[in-house]
Design a protein around this ligand. Structure first.
Ligand code: GLP
Length: 241
């Protein structure tokens, strides 16, 4: 796991966008694994700028998002489907049929998860997976538990994650208590991984992540087992290293 400490959020966003743009320019048919949360928003803005100003071409790019609340309507402005359209997809030339997210409207979540896992494999696997991290060490919605699931699955959210994510909802009762998420195995199958971590609130989890152990108490620690992970940190997130 390599890490790069950038000055601030802006620099993390710029460098993250440059890494993704390089991948797309190298292979216009790249398969991107994408994440939501506030961290990658700046990077998505830069990618939109690169598309508009320098013609970065998404016409052959395919995307698979990490996770989605369950159940949730795509029209709900807190769904990850809505978030991705709002922050990226509506502003670039990606084809609708090349965009994939776990379906929070599915009536059969287990079937949906199995189909999602197969779709990723059939597409040839993710070339570069973007990740954020929760303050409790979750990636996607792989929460700290005794066991971590390998494949895409339906999961419950921890009290901590519901509380942290409630900042985006009108009231805490509106936060869905479940989600569909790629598993740690799905994530670690990506050819490369780009983990973005910014802000002071993430400094304690960054310290745990780099403490030299792998533990289900910090799901992100399993990324140490992947051969090609780049972590972009800002100085605030890196302050306890
Ligand atoms: C959410 C998402 C994660 C994201 C994390 C951190 O719950 N499921 O994919 O990485 O929280 O979010 P933020 O970037 O807003 O801190």
């Amino acid at each position: 796991m390599e890490y790069i400490i950038c000055k601030n959020y802006e620099e993390v966003s710029l460098l993250g966008a440059a890494i993704l743009a390089k991948q797309i320019n190298k292979n216009p048919k790249s398969i991107l694994g994408l994440a939501t949360g506030s961290t990658p928003v700046g990077m998505y803005k830069k990618l939109v700028e690169m598309h508009k100003k320098s013609g970065l071409d998404f016409s052959e790019v395919k995307t698979f998002n990490l996770d989605e609340y369950y159940p949730i309507k795509k029209s709900n402005d807190q769904s990850y489907d809505y978030f991705m359209r709002d922050n990226l997809f509506s502003h670039i030339n990606i084809k609708k049929e090349n965009i994939h997210l776990p379906n929070g409207e599915s009536s059969d979540p287990d079937k949906e998860c199995a189909a999602y896992e197969k779709m990723i494999a059939d597409a040839g696997g993710v070339d570069i997976q973007v990740l954020g991290i929760g303050v409790n060490g979750h990636v996607g919605f792989n929460e700290p538990e005794n066991e971590l699931k390998l494949a895409t699955h339906l999961t419950g959210l921890t009290k901590n994650t519901i509380e942290v994510n409630s900042r985006f909802f009108k009231k805490i009762e509106d936060v869905p208590t479940k989600a569909l998420t790629m598993g740690m195995g799905t994530i670690n199958k990506a050819k490369s991984i780009l983990l973005l971590i910014t802000g002071k609130s993430k400094a304690p989890v960054v310290k745990k992540l780099f403490s030299g152990v792998v533990t289900t108490a910090v799901p992100a620690s399993f990324l140490h087992l992947h051969p090609d992970v780049t972590v972009l940190l800002d100085e605030a997130a890196a302050e306890l290293l």
